[in-house]
Design a binder for this molecule. Structure first.
Ligand code: ADP
Ligand code: ADP
Length: 232
């Protein structure tokens, strides 16, 4: 589903040249829940943001669902991104929009009719357990509920892939657990391939099938989570 080849990225600031990713290679299969773990500053966020080109890599390629993301022009990229949902640590919701409107937004951008939008949003809100919150605003919601809205919005265009950028880092352990269970459910029910980055071993152990360890911009280990923890 996802192939990353020799991906490199260096940040150049007025004060420093910071190599963030150094020739990353990854293969992530359809239906996987793939975790990328590493310490702060290892390059996790840069890597996951390169998968949908929120960050532009310097060299290398990213292919998602048969499409070479790194070769697309702006318009093609906009279309391709509909099939790559993303969720964030700080949720990134529109505070002036209701829950319904937040989830409807990507569907409106994609040009769907109000009827289709209504049907889809109701269905997705049902899936994430927020049907009764459709008319609420994000500021009226708990952290866990906000992330459910984030997940619902990311799923609105039936993506092949869901990217999670530390989606549970701002949540308490119990809420983290329920969000991870929801992601598992989405992976099983909808067949969405999930890629998540985390600095927490517990998150990785709880839902990931396969994993990679990133250190100083390089993948130093990868394989099945089970195997990794059986052979210390
Ligand atoms: P992680 O997500 O694992 O914490 P990041 O991908 O955020 O790692 O960062 C990797 C390296 O790149 C770090 O040294 C970080 O300071 C640097 N970095 C990240 N974003 C930027 C940026 N926009 N400008 C300059 N340096 C950055
Ligand atoms: P219509 O567009 O056919 O007049 P409504 O606007 O009454 O229908 O919406 C029908 C259902 O869709 C509502 O019961 C509600 O669940 C949901 N809905 C539509 N728009 C919103 C919105 N802005 N905020 C919350 N829920 C909405």
């Amino acid at each position: 589903m996802i192939t990353v080849k020799d991906l490199s990225k260096t940040y150049v600031t007025p004060h420093a040249v910071i190599p963030a990713l150094n020739k990353i290679n990854l293969k992530i299969n359809k239906g996987d829940i793939f975790g990328i773990i590493g310490f702060s500053g290892a390059g996790k966020s840069t890597l996951i943001r390169c998968l949908n080109r929120l960050e532009e890599p310097d060299t290398g390629s990213v292919t998602v669902a048969g499409q070479e993301i790194t070769a697309l022009d702006k318009k093609e990229l906009r279309l391709a991104r509909r099939k790559i949902g993303m969720i964030f640590q700080q949720f990134n919701l529109f505070d002036a929009k209701t829950v319904f409107e937040n989830v409807a937004f990507p569907l409106e951008v994609a040009g769907h009719s109000p009827q289709i939008i209504n049907e889809k949003v109701q269905k997705i809100l049902d899936l994430v357990g927020l049907t009764d919150k459709a008319r609420a605003y994000p500021l009226q919601l708990s952290g866990g509920q906000k992330q459910r809205v984030g997940i619902a919005r990311a799923l609105s265009n039936d993506p092949d892939v869901l990217l999670s950028d530390e989606a549970t880092s701002a949540l308490d352990p119990q809420t983290t657990f329920s969000i991870l269970e929801l992601l598992k459910d989405i992976n099983e029910k909808l067949g969405v391939t999930i890629v998540l980055i985390t600095h927490e071993l517990d998150v990785l152990k709880h839902i990931c099938k396969n994993m990679a360890v990133i250190e100083q911009g390089e993948i130093v280990e990868s394989g099945s989570v089970e195997k990794f923890f059986l052979n210390p």
